[in-house]
Design a protein around this ligand. Structure first.
Ligand code: GLN
Length: 481
């Protein structure tokens, strides 16, 4: 098979071709590494690339296949891995200077499962520092560009992953979604991104941002590929205390079946209308009509508390991050500044954190510390938790009458690099539609639904399902939209 043919195959096809001996893991990895060498200068999707480590993994996979080992449908398929998952053979930075060149002594569970599945990790992808952001501009190591238009953002925080898949620098990528960081980058890069049910994929070895929200998930070019990756790394993990001890919903089977006839679809009134880009609204409307023409029953649904979800998220997520990031104290991990024998530990900690964290991370640590401080706790963190409960209740009430809820994934298409860096509120609004799902712990998926007429850029359709109904989304959405 030619290199171009290899790159054009879906992950499912590529896995099949490796299993039948039509190609090898080494050939597939080589094609992708060559493609990376060609376009990476423009895109900057990766933070760490090491051709030899990738090829050594590929040779190992080919040997395991030759020895008759049963590796599953993605054996030999390359994958781009978000730099928030620990890896023993590559650095892990979470996009932060405070972890520059840090080498983990252990693999994250997601990493372990990619390796067990015989997947070849091409490199680690760029991201907003500690996954805080919607554009990948908060990376300490420079921005990633959107392959559809190099002057625009690829979304964030998993923007390196989405750009890598969109630029054919990987057939698949991992991401994490705390408030939208898989679905939003997938949407603005014309890809499929799934946020599994909270606890459906392991957080062990995932550098924590907001532990009650963080969820690893797949980014791919079609629903079946996303489902295959989802299945490959998800499932119960005794090392994560919030891991769901239940079988992975049959997402692959659902993706292969694809049927929307009789599906009850709720259009969320609060997620649309004023403030949404006209072309986004138009493509969303057409998707809803398409669903209807395929036999789905569409009704409008109101979820009034969703209007307060963004505000609640920006108290809960910073509160959790202020606690999680306390571990970066210059004593145990990564960077240490000013340790010249003349200063005490506290001063070294302070100098290190001042230099090691970027402005957005500092903003959130300050905000979170404030929201959790005595005297303010009830007013801020406590109220936000109450809103969280209301959001969950709105979902539960809606799912009594409909099977899934739909909305645009993002209010606008990819914005220009630099456009929102000076305006944190504008940046936060990119996750307006995705955040409610995280607060409720439910499952959601973004699928491409065309290009906005005014700028020719991809639009995403978000499909939200109840917790542990990840397969329901795939079952109904694949192949029809
Ligand atoms: N953009 C949101 C934030 O900045 C969500 C990030 C994420 O899902 N990791 O917090």
């Amino acid at each position: 098979m030619s290199a171009t043919d290899l790159l054009r195959q879906s992950a499912a096809e590529l896995g099949e071709a490796v299993s039948t001996g039509e190609t090898t893991a080494v050939e597939a990895a080589t094609a992708y590494l060559d493609r990376i060498a060609e376009v990476e200068g423009d895109v900057h999707a990766y933070l760490h690339l090491d051709r030899e480590t990738a090829l050594a993994q590929a040779r190992g996979v080919d040997e395991r296949i030759a020895a008759g080992e049963e590796l599953g449908p993605l054996a030999g398929v390359p994958v781009a891995h978000k730099d928030v998952f620990t890896t023993v053979d590559m650095p892990t930075t979470a996009g932060s200077r405070i972890l520059a060149d840090w080498q983990s002594p252990y693999d994250a569970t997601v990493t372990v499962r990619l390796r067990q599945a015989g997947m070849v990790i091409l490199g680690k992808t760029n991201m907003d520092e500690f996954a805080m952001g919607s554009s990948t501009e908060n990376s300490a190591f420079g921005a990633t560009r959107n392959p559809w238009d190099l002057d625009r953002i690829p979304g964030g925080s998993s923007g390196g992953s989405s750009a890598a898949v969109a630029a054919y620098e990987a057939p698949l990528a991992t991401g994490t979604d705390t408030g939208g960081s898989i679905r939003q980058p997938a949407a603005v890069c014309g890809l499929v991104g799934a946020k599994p049910t909270y606890g459906g994929s392991s957080r062990y070895g995932l550098i924590a941002f907001a532990s009650s929200l963080d969820t690893p998930g797949p980014i791919a070019r079609n629903v079946l590929d996303a489902a295959l990756l989802h299945e490959a790394f998800s499932g119960h993990d005794p090392r994560d205390s919030t891991s769901v001890d239940a079988p992975v919903p049959p997402v692959v089977e659902a993706a292969r079946r694809a049927d929307v006839a009789g599906l009850r679809v709720g259009v969320v009134r609060e997620l649309g209308g004023e403030g949404y880009q006209p072309g986004v609204q138009q493509r969303f409307q057409e998707s809803v009509e398409l669903l209807e023409s395929l036999g789905a029953k569409v009704v409008e649904v109101s979820c009034p508390s969703f209007d307060a979800a963004l505000a609640a998220y920006y108290l809960i997520a910073p509160s959790e991050c202020s606690s999680n990031l306390a571990r970066f104290d210059a004593m145990r991990y990564g960077l240490r500044v000013g340790d010249d024998g003349s200063r005490g530990a506290e001063e070294v900690m302070s100098l290190t954190r001042a230099e090691g964290f970027g402005p957005e991370v500092k903003r959130r640590i300050i905000l979170g510390t404030y929201a959790l401080s005595s005297g303010y706790y009830d007013a801020y963190y406590g109220s936000a938790q109450q809103v969280r409960t209301l959001v969950k209740r709105d979902f539960d009430a809606a799912f009594e009458n409909v099977d899934v809820l739909v909305s645009p994934t993002t209010p606008t298409t990819a914005f220009a690099i630099g456009e929102r860096t000076g305006d944190p509120m504008a940046m936060y609004l990119a996750d307006l539609c995705t955040i409610p799902t995280n607060l409720a712990g439910n499952a959601a998926l973004s699928v491409p639904c065309g290009l906005a007429p005014e700028d020719g850029l991809p639009v995403g359709l978000q499909i939200m399902a109840p917790a542990l109904a990840d397969d329901y989304i795939g079952l109904k959405a694949q192949g029809r939209l």
